[in-house]
Design a protein around this ligand. Structure first.
Ligand code: ADP
Ligand code: MG
Length: 140
């Protein structure tokens, strides 16, 4: 088992409903450690840059509007196979397809307001972590 780090974001629908602690408890119960965390209100430019990979998708504009509609909590999760493990805990993008017991099944409001972001590969995790955190802010 490889110890990895992945980027997680608690999205505005989650912070609005005061779910930060409940969602973090899911990560910790699954053996992932919160080794960095901060609460931010993203600017439009920051949201567009973070989701640049989706710039050609039809939902991109709405997604950037949603991600700037309230505070987010950005965090680094560390643990064995953290990238894939976090994706399992999160559940499918569309909560209608998410497995029982996943964060998105239990908390997401819609396919867009789906409570959490998680990196989808080790390579993207490294880039996404560097987008939000400097090395000194991550304490394993
Ligand atoms: P994931 O977050 O599961 O990795 P994607 O990377 O495909 O999913 O999409 C990024 C985010 O864009 C999703 O988490 C969701 O907030 C939003 N999104 C994805 N697909 C749609 C869609 N069909 N309609 C509206 N929003 C979407
Ligand atoms: Mg994704």
């Amino acid at each position: 088992m490889t110890v990895e780090r992945t980027l997680s974001i608690l999205k505005p629908d989650a912070t609005r409903r005061n779910l930060t602690g409940q969602i973090n408890a899911r990560f910790e119960a699954a053996g992932l450690r919160l080794v960095a965390q901060k609460r931010l209100w993203l600017s439009r430019a920051q949201a567009e840059a973070f989701y640049a990979v989706h710039a050609q998708r039809p939902f991109y504009n709405d997604l950037c509007s949603f991600m700037t509609s309230g505070p987010v909590v950005v965090q680094v999760l560390e643990g064995g196979n953290a990238v894939a493990r976090n994706r399992e805990i999160m559940g499918a993008t569309n909560p209608a397809n998410a497995a029982d017991g996943t964060i998105r099944k239990d908390f997401a409001e819609s396919i867009e307001a789906n409570s959490v972001h998680g990196s989808d590969s080790a390579e993207n995790a490294a880039a996404e972590i560097a987008f939000f955190f400097s090395g000194i802010e991550i304490v394993g």
